[in-house]
Design a protein around this ligand. Structure first.
Ligand code: IMP
Length: 433
């Protein structure tokens, strides 16, 4: 087993990372989230109970795992409180196994307010969790970090400055009055901070000082990456492998011995606005949504659904350097006579084989499909490779050959035990031919 394992979404998020992290983190001592915030919604069914974790690393559900919230995350303390209270109520103690970076920025009520106001015009379809504005403040050097909370005077003055700025913005730009109260935010934030301040510390030092096994849990997906995704229809952090170094505060060299695992659904979904070349708008799309239960775990919104886009997946493989792939929700395709996969795009009669930077171009391209035979047999819950229908294996082989990455596991249902190993999850490169 690799000492460092990185799990990344290879599409537009919602690839089923929660279940995979939950499954694999059993073998790890530490799990780290390092980008994004409570916009994520990692759904896990553990001990017969459904958990949706937005902020905490999924690994924390295992009693031996230390959960880490690294500095690249933006932390909403109210959400943290809710999630930790929920763990407590389910008899999952977390004392002594949680570290929250003192360098992480806070998501405060005015970030959520701004998210709503910006959203009215942008059409991005954010989760309204204040993520974009929190990163705006961070990069605009106006952010408030967890380490600022130990100095109440400093915290108060930063807060006053920010609230005044947001009030001005509301009035002058949005022509709305905000009802932000500095004292209320100040007191509420400190109340929660007091409760958890013993968990706040220097994450980079902690990671450098340990030789234990570590799983890095990416949130969202590569195509939502602020730099490499379908900009501006993206999230505000580096949700591809680019986020590893800046999110943990460690050099790219630190990750040179890590195994990078991409998670992709057997088809494609996305929530919110933005280009989606293989989107199916009619009956087939509805069928995928119904069969896959494709509704957002953070917002409950219906997800847009379509066939697997191998141009996008190959692009994700290239920028992330995936060592292996896990394909999830294979069983959702069980009843289709034919299954299409997008192998290139077409624009004004020209074939495009790369993933374009411009969202406008991506809106205009038409997918070029290859059609594969469906297997028309249930794969739900299959645990043994031998039980997989030959056409399903053909489908997987097609993905491997196109992307050049071995598929090491298939997920065949939402439960922890519903999966099949196709190859051993070790660093040794396996031939996929
Ligand atoms: P934000 O991250 O809330 O700012 O939302 C920006 C875009 O990323 C929107 O299209 C969201 O739907 C999408 N997004 C954010 N988090 C997730 C996620 O965990 N899964 C899927 N999409 C997400």
């Amino acid at each position: 087993m690799d000492r460092k394992l990185v799990i990344l979404g290879a599409q537009w998020g919602d690839e089923g990372k929660g279940k995979i992290v939950d499954l694999l983190s059993e073998n790890y001592d530490i799990t780290v989230r390092y980008q994004g915030g409570s916009n994520a919604g990692h759904t896990v069914i553990a001990n017969g109970e459904k958990f949706i974790l937005h902020l905490l690393p999924t690994g924390i559900l295992h009693p031996h795992v230390v959960g880490v919230i690294a500095q690249g995350m933006v932390v909403d303390l109210e959400v943290l409180d809710k999630e930790l209270e929920n763990l407590k109520s389910k008899d999952i103690p977390y004392e002594g196994r949680l570290i929250v970076s003192d360098r992480a920025h806070l998501v405060l009520p005015y970030h959520k307010l701004l998210d709503q106001l910006f959203e009215k015009k942008s059409g991005i379809g954010t989760t309204l969790r204040g993520i974009g504005p929190a990163y705006m403040f961070k990069f605009g050097r106006k952010g408030i970090r967890l380490c600022d909370l130990s100095d109440e005077k400093k915290f108060k003055s930063l807060l006053e400055e920010n609230v005044e700025f947001v009030n001005d913005l509301c009035e002058k730009v949005f022509r709305e009055r905000s009802n932000l109260e500095v004292n209320e935010i100040f007191e509420r934030t400190l109340r929660v901070f007091e409760k958890y301040k013993e968990f706040v510390g220097d994450v980079s030092r902690f990671l450098l000082g340990t030789d234990k096994t570590i799983l890095f849990e990416g949130a969202q997906g590569t195509m939502l990456d602020i730099d490499m995704g379908t900009y501006p229809f993206v999230t505000s952090s580096n949700s591809s492998a680019l986020g590893l170094a800046n999110g943990t505060g460690l050099s790219p060299k630190y990750f040179s011995d890590a195994y990078l695992l991409g998670i992709a659904k057997a088809y494609t979904t996305r929530v919110g606005g933005g280009p989606f070349p293989t989107e199916l708008k009619g009956e087939e799309g509805d069928r995928l949504r119904d069969l896959g239960g494709e509704y957002g775990s953070t917002t409950g919104r219906p997800r847009r659904c379509g066939w697997l886009d191998l141009v996008a997946l190959k692009y994700a493989k290239e920028i992330n350097s995936f060592d292996g792939l896990i394909i999830t929700k294979l069983d959702v395709l069980d009843t289709f006579d034919e299954i299409k996969v997008c192998v290139a795009y077409e624009l004004e009669g020209e074939r495009i084989e790369h993933f374009p930077a411009s969202s406008k171009i991506l809106e205009e391209v038409k997918p070029i499909y290859e059609t594969l035979k469906g297997w028309k047999k249930s794969t739900k819950g299959i645990r043994d490779r031998e039980d997989l229908p030959p056409q399903a294996m053909e489908y997987i082989r097609f993905i491997e050959e196109f992307t050049g990455v071995p598929v090491i596991m298939l997920s065949t249902g939402p439960k922890r035990e519903e999966f099949v190993w196709l190859r051993e999850p070790q660093r040794t490169k396996v031939s996929y031919s």
